[in-house]
Design a protein around this ligand. Structure first.
Ligand SMILES: [Cu+2]
Length: 333
């Protein structure tokens, strides 16, 4: 099923009361450990890329009839017991892994497995399928996993700078030839040649394009992805890179506070506007401070600014469609 089609179904079947937590996470701290349960269905299908090409993906999906790329973000707190049921609806073997936390082992085609584990360290993680590496991960079997410091609603780790809201951005690089090979049960042997670059499974559209402004498709308008805040709404962004490429992340209007890289808190919190995002499950944790943009004149407190990557290929799709790549909007409301 194409993303456009199932999104239509999804919109018809879901009322406004359902809140998903793909990118924008909500959290209330607890004084006690809890058991958090979640079921993921491993499904596959085709998603239309910005140039109209349908590409094969696999995902950790919310239901049998969906294909969610990335999988819905999970948020827990230190000490919680997490129970994840994986229903592998495909005929191929898959797994559910968080490095340093849990490894399901092989979940055979057609089988289900309950994975139970406890999380001890606060921070940002990726869950992914480690089998057939790196292909299953690149094909879409990945998602964000946030562990809150116990009892805290506003810290990345104990004593970190604080925030008032938090997002997860999962980025990916897509080589359609590799995806096609895997769909045929083969192991790709060509050189990795990424053609599409996504943030939370989406890419930008330009004004005038029929999909411009469609929040299900346009990453600049997707409410789980674009940052929205007012002055003072300090925003944690957990950036997780499922792809093979290192990237250059660039925030406009404000510098960000650089809290952690690859899960390791930095000794000194630097303020930077451009950061290197490591590849292959690399991560960055930053706080976008939502300060009055210091370089604007006259001073503004409202407006729209981009976050885009500065490695130029990421700003394209299909080998040339400029501005149909990996970017989103930072809204000052
Ligand atoms: Cu820039």
């Amino acid at each position: 099923m194409k993303r456009r089609d199932f999104l239509k179904l999804g919109t018809a079947g879901i009322t406004g009361a359902v809140s998903t937590s793909l990118g924008l996470l909500s959290w209330s701290p607890r004084s006690f450990a809890a058991t958090i349960s979640k079921t993921f269905y491993i499904t596959d299908g085709y998603i239309a890329m910005p140039d109209g090409v349908d590409v094969y993906f696999k995902g950790f999906s919310d239901s049998l009839s969906q294909l969610n790329i990335p999988g819905e973000s999970v948020i827990v707190q230190q000490g919680d017991t997490v129970e994840i049921t994986i229903v592998n609806t495909l005929s191929s073997d898959h797994s559910f892994v968080i490095d340093g936390v849990v490894d399901s082992g092989i979940i055979n085609g057609g089988q289900s497995k309950l994975i139970s584990f406890t999380v001890n360290n606060a921070g940002s993680y990726m869950f992914y399928d480690k089998l057939n590496a790196p292909f299953n991960r690149l094909l879409g079997l990945h998602g964000g996993f946030a562990v809150m410091h116990a009892g805290s609603s506003n810290e990345l780790y104990n004593g970190s700078p604080t925030f008032v809201q938090q997002y997860v951005w999962v980025t990916n690089d897509i080589d359609p030839i590799w995806h096609d090979e895997v769909s045929r049960g083969r192991t790709p042997s060509s050189t990795f040649n990424p053609y599409y670059f996504t943030i939370n499974g989406r890419t930008m559209r330009v004004p005038g394009h029929p999909e411009y402004g469609n929040p299900d498709i346009d990453s600049g308008y997707n409410q789980q992805t674009r940052l929205e805040g007012s002055i003072g709404d300090r925003t944690l962004v957990r950036i997780l890179n499922a792809g093979m490429c290192m990237h250059s992340v660039h925030f406009h209007a404000n510098h960000v506070e650089w809290l952690a890289e690859n899960g390791q808190p930095r000794n000194t919190v630097w303020k930077k506007d451009t950061l290197l995002l490591p590849n292959n499950i690399g991560s960055l944790d930053v706080i976008y401070p939502y300060e009055v943009p210091p370089d604007s004149w006259p001073q503004v407190t409202k407006g729209y600014f981009p976050m885009h990557f500065h490695d130029e290929m990421t700003q394209t799709a299909g080998g040339g469609l400029y501005q149909f790549g990996l970017a989103t909007t930072i809204a000052f409301k």
